[in-house]
Ligand binder design. Structure first.
Ligand code: NI
Length: 181
């Protein structure tokens, strides 16, 4: 078990395009150890997703685990811990919805980002199996956020309006929200 340091915005590795894992790497002991470290790190820092570049590994790998129940995003459907290797997103419906996103690499801030809400994800599991997942709503936002990290993109790059970026304390203090149609 090892908790890794999460790189913060400004570290150049967060801006690189990560490379895919080769088939022989996917089932390797090194990849297994990296995933274990990422889990420990996610548990320690708190959060619902973590991408390998955030712990200094420029590889196309991310983990997501969404606890169910009431959160600051409203009532969420849980999503069990899943490891995504070499994920690819296909947008099934361009219609967008926005959420106030946060990121362990951009600590203390929240920003409002609108993204397509119906996507398909193709990815490889740690055992090498190819998988296909269709999802909507908040889950679609989470996957796009995590997989953006693999292309060197942070959510702050996608703010519709820079006025919709706030420190967490002010965000809660002023109950910031966005007028919705
Ligand atoms: Ni992030």
């Amino acid at each position: 078990m090892a908790i890794r340091r999460v790189l913060r915005m400004g570290h150049p590795l967060l801006r690189e395009r990560a490379r895919p894992l080769r088939p022989d790497e996917i089932r390797s002991e090194a990849t297994r150890r990296l995933v274990d470290d990422m889990l420990d790190t996610l548990d320690d820092y708190g959060g619902i997703g973590l991408a390998a570049p955030q712990v200094g590994e420029s590889l196309r790998l991310a983990i997501v685990r969404i606890p169910g129940g009431p959160t600051r995003y409203g009532e969420l459907a849980p999503f069990p811990l899943t490891v995504f290797v070499n994920p690819e997103i296909e947008i099934l419906d361009e219609r967008r919805a926005g959420y106030w996103e946060g990121c362990l690499s951009v600590p203390g801030l929240r920003g409002y980002v609108e993204r397509p809400q119906h996507i398909r994800v193709r990815y490889t599991e740690l055992n090498g199996a190819e998988r296909n997942l269709e999802c909507e709503g908040f889950h679609a936002t989470v996957f796009q956020h995590e997989f953006d990290h693999l292309d060197g993109v942070l959510y702050v790059d996608r703010l519709a309006d820079t006025r919709l970026l706030a420190f967490e304390r002010e965000f809660e203090r002023w109950q910031l929200d966005v007028a919705r149609d």
